[in-house]
Design a binder for this molecule. Structure first.
Ligand SMILES: Cc1cc2nc3c(=O)[nH]c(=O)nc-3n(C[C@H](O)[C@H](O)[C@H](O)COP(=O)(O)OP(=O)(O)OC[C@H]3O[C@@H](n4cnc5c(N)ncnc54)[C@H](O)[C@@H]3O)c2cc1C
Ligand code: FES
Length: 361
């Protein structure tokens, strides 16, 4: 009880401090020097991430600046204050030495010099019209967004966009979340997204329950380095749920470019109700010379006629990996699933350099 009261009082003063700082502190104009050549000057007080966004420089950010994804890393060469406890879980020793910081946690209070990869300047804001929303399963929808401003996008299979859900009835502020592009990058006038509804999730509730065909949406992109490697090695894809999105994009690209690589896609789902795009995968098996789609159900419904594989994916990996040294693994989905699969891939002698993944954290 006493601990609760003390914590409550502490929290109250912390809140007062935040309010006082936002109302009273005036940091004046601060200059951010980027890669020693570009300078932007803005009123201080916002996070570095927001300040850069306001100037159309879009660092990767999957959590919308909440400090929970660790994506918004950049080097701060001068200024920015001390490293904060909220940044520590995301930085390894090398990054700390290299002055890497989380841009969403650093507040602009003084002149700052930063270093970011040059390709970040190519990331743009887009507006598009939702031309179709289709139910894939009871909790997964596929959206098609035709680009209106600008009208074309260049991206690589496996990359993602940062979708902006506006303020709506259940969300007091606009939120930004990452979604992998599921369409083939050869199509530059539209993108497709596959979105699984997270109960009470701010962005997915907006997409599932409020967004309508014909609506205009906004996003930034493309982001990410979960990409097809330019080798001739066998490929094993592993994903479940909406983790299929970047894999679908990769497979459609490989089909369009007549790839002859050996590919296997292990799709993990609970029951038959969680399977989708099965016809599309069968068609890919016909169109690609060496492709096999293997759905695996962990909990098929009692009395179901399912005759395919059952259980978790891990025990089946061995069956589909011919030569480990000649196999690349591409994983996408929840961090838990990715960790478990990586562990098994290591047991099967697939080295770290041959494993590529995008956790939907
Ligand atoms: C690189 C990247 C690519 C992604 N691509 C896709 C994609 O193609 N399709 C897709 O559907 N999602 C994708 N995601 C996940 C997506 O960005 C959001 O995290 C997710 O849609 C939840 O957003 P929300 O605003 O609805 O939920 P929030 O309001 O952020 O979360 C609400 C609550 O649900 C919890 N929660 C958040 N995410 C999950 C989850 N996945 N499962 C269970 N609980 C959760 C939170 O901890 C919180 O308590 C991707 C994520 C990353 C990092
Ligand atoms: S934006 Fe997610 S940690 Fe900074």
């Amino acid at each position: 009880m006493t601990v609760g009261i003390v914590a409550g009082i502490g929290g109250f003063f912390a809140l007062l401090l935040i309010i006082a700082e936002s109302k009273l502190m005036n940091y004046g104009e601060c200059t951010i020097t980027i890669n020693d050549k570009k300078k932007i000057t803005e009123k201080g007080g916002s996070s570095l991430l927001t300040t850069l966004n306001n100037n159309k420089i879009f660092l990767s950010s999957a959590c919308g600046g909440r400090g929970s994804c660790g994506f918004c890393k950049c080097k701060i060469l001068k200024g920015g204050g001390p490293l904060l406890p909220t940044e520590l879980p995301f930085l390894d020793e090398r990054e700390k030495k290299d002055m890497v910081r989380l841009a969403c946690q650093v507040k602009v209070k003084e002149d700052i010099s930063i270093e970011i990869p040059e390709d970040i300047f190519a990331i743009q804001e887009f507006a598009g019209k939702v031309t179709s929303i289709k139910d894939m399963t009871y909790d997964i929808k596929e959206l098609t967004i035709e680009l209106t401003m600008p009208k074309e996008i260049e991206f690589k299979a496996g990359q993602y966009v940062q979708f902006v859900a506006p303020r709506y009835e259940k969300s007091r502020q606009s939120v930004t979340r990452a979604y992998s592009i599921s369409s083939n990058p050869d199509h530059i006038k539209f993108i497709e997204l596959i979105v699984r509804k997270v109960p009470d999730g701010l962005c997915t509730t907006y997409i599932h329950d409020y967004l309508k065909e014909g609506d205009t949406v906004n996003f930034t992109g493309p982001f990410g380095d979960f990409l097809i490697q330019d080798t001739h090695k066998d490929m094993i894809f592993i994903a479940g749920g909406s983790g299929k999105a970047p894999i679908k994009s990769m497979l459609e690209y490989l089909k369009a470019h007549k790839s002859k690589r050996k590919m296997t896609y292990l799709f993990g789902a609970r029951t038959e109700k969680d399977l989708y795009h099965v016809e599309l995968m069968k068609k890919l098996e016909d169109d690609l010379e060496h492709f096999e789609f293997v759905p695996i159900l962990s909990k098929p419904d009692e009395g179901s006629k399912w005759s395919g594989k059952t259980g978790y994916i891990m025990p089946f990996l061995k069956e589909f990996i011919g030569k480990p040294e000649n196999t690349e693994a591409y994983l996408c989905g929840s961090p838990g699933m990715i960790d478990a699969v990586i562990k098994e891939l290591h047991n099967l002698k697939i080295s770290e350099e041959q494993i590529f993944f995008d956790p939907f954290s």
